[in-house]
Design a protein around this ligand. Structure first.
Ligand code: HEM
Ligand SMILES: CC(C)=CCC/C(C)=C/CC/C(C)=C/COP(=O)(O)OP(=O)(O)O
Length: 294
């Protein structure tokens, strides 16, 4: 490969890395899940446009986040190799990349889905970039704010079909909202020193490890009944119910084990990994055991 081609492909991979592709992929699974589970057909073209536009909006949000955190990202091992803190990209490039993605994706959300979904996408983008991102350095409650954009994509998938926020869409939002607490508290436990070095606040830094492990258990106790809602609302059937209970009890068992045994970083890392398996499994079960309506 010529030197020029090599540098073009590394610029492209740096631009892609600004969108945080692994996180965004799971976000997209939840959005696609919401779209598939909602009653009524959307049509393949509109479904594809909506998913691509959601991916673009999420990518834009992450690019803006990388731009705003280019300085604090230098202090964490897991973020210091990102294109901006590593000095491989001009910050303006990241800013323009985010602006271009958002300028294309938000109108495409309205065209592919509807105005409501476009507005939800805008709320997700703005709350992530302008509220959550600056709050991270001020208070651990930023987690509750960040959970709003994190929970909106499945609702956006749902409203793309229904054009309204009803019980089913809200149930998906609530499941996603609560899931993010054990997901992030676990990360903040095993990354505690890095968060402190970067000047970011988190539950473990503000309240200590014992209280953090207790919060993991409490949020799981709230999450499990919420995951039964799709069954009660006739969105998914008994196989889903069984999967939700088994996956949920596994999650709760892991959380309770860490709490009662006062476990440290290896447990927190396992809990984070389990959170990813759990969410993927929950959405897979919901879609495989979907009850067709409309
Ligand atoms: C309050 C909300 C959230 C916070 C604060 C948060 C924070 C984080 C952080 C800091 C990491 C890096 C973990 C590491 O050290 O390796 C991470 C990883 C991850 N998160 Fe979250 N997250 C949130 C919500 C979400 C949502 C909504 C999703 C998807 C539906 C998600 C999916 C993932 C995935 C897939 C990874 C692994 C990424 C990788 O390996 O690069 N997160 N999260
Ligand atoms: C439609 C739309 C725009 C949806 C938003 C989806 C989205 C970006 C969800 C992520 C939620 C979240 C708070 C992640 C952590 O970011 P972080 O800044 O703590 O992660 P970092 O430390 O790795 O940068």
């Amino acid at each position: 490969m010529s030197a020029r081609a090599l540098s073009q492909s590394s610029t492209a991979s740096d631009l892609i890395s600004l969108t945080k592709p692994r996180l965004s992929s799971l976000v997209l699974i939840t959005a696609a899940g919401g779209m598939f589970l909602a009653p009524g057909p959307l049509g393949p073209v509109r479904a594809l446009v909506t998913l691509l536009a959601t991916a673009g909006t999420v990518g834009a949000a992450n690019a803006f986040n990388c731009y705003l955190e280019r300085h604090s990202d230098q202090f964490m091992a897991r973020t210091r190799n990102r294109p901006l803190p590593a000095g491989r990209m001009d910050p303006n490039t990241a800013l323009w990349f985010g602006l271009s993605l958002a300028a294309v994706s938000l109108p495409a959300l309205v065209l592919g889905a509807n105005l409501l979904t476009g507005v939800l996408g805008l709320i997700a983008l703005l709350s992530y970039v302008l509220a959550y991102t600056p709050l991270k350095a001020r208070t651990s409650a930023a987690m509750l704010v960040g959970a709003i954009p994190g929970a909106l994509p499945p609702l956006m998938g749902w409203t793309a079909v229904t054009d309204m926020v009803d019980a089913g869409g809200f149930a998906l939002f609530a499941i996603m909202f609560l899931w993010q607490m054990p997901h992030f508290i676990a990360i903040a436990l095993f990354r505690k020193d890095e968060y402190a070095a970067a000047g970011l606040k988190s539950v473990p830094l503000e309240r200590g490890d014992e209280s953090s492990r207790a919060q993991v258990v409490l949020y799981l106790v709230a999450l499990i009944p919420m995951t039964l809602l799709p069954f009660q609302l006739h969105i998914a059937g008994t196989w889903y119910l069984a999967a939700a209970v088994v996956l949920g009890l596994g999650f709760l068992g892991l959380g309770a084990w860490g709490f009662f045994k006062h476990l440290g970083k290896p447990w927190a890392r396992q809990t984070f990994l389990y959170s990813l398996v759990y969410l993927t499994g929950l959405f897979a079960a919901m879609t495989l055991d979907r009850i067709p309506r409309g």
